[in-house]
Design a protein around this ligand. Sequence first.
Ligand code: BG6
Ligand code: MG
Length: 214
Amino acid sequence: NIKGCIFDLDGVVVDTAKYHFLAWKKLGQELGFDFTEQDNERLKGVSRMRSLDILLEIGGLSLTEEEKVAAATKKNEWYLEYIKQMKPEEILPGVLDFFKSLKEAGIKIALGSASKNAVLILNILDIKGYFDVIVDGNSVSKAKPDPEVFLQGAEKLGLTAEECVVFEDAEAGVEAAKNGGMRCVGIGEPAVLSKADVVVDGFNAFTIENLKQL
Ligand code: BG6
Ligand code: MG
């Protein structure tokens, strides 16, 4: 009864989290404070402007709205420099085979990402063609853990929430899926993603057979 799979992008299809981290770290340095990899966990799945607010909170700084827009723009420019150099080899292991097996089984594929750079990244990785539907940071108004991004994905696929499974690496993303009434496969640490129906460390450990058993 699973008719659609909705994928988060950053950290599920490709490890862009490391590039987000490098760009935020650079911004932190410019603003005069350090930003650690552990701090970066708090930004996963979180929108660009909300991420900036968290970064500023960590640094104990406050900026005007205008300064915030300038800072977020700068961060994004640095981030774009990194992702423009990405190669299709950076697609996470097992992802393409999983997409292909979904296609063969007639299961639809959607993207459900908070990123405004999602389409650019799919094009750089040359995988846009796999997606029947794309919902990204440009089309949603409520951020994860609100289920809007995944509910829009299901609706655009013409499916109900019960017919869809979400793949997520962020705690806020798992919560969004569950808030939307969807089954969720966590990609990452079971301790962080405890609300997911099942947690695996990647697509080499998850096949269409596992999907059918959810
Ligand atoms: C999410 C990432 O997918 O997209 C977050 O997990 C990121 O780290 C967010 O902040 C927004 O991305 P972008 O590309 O619009 O700045
Ligand atoms: Mg993610």
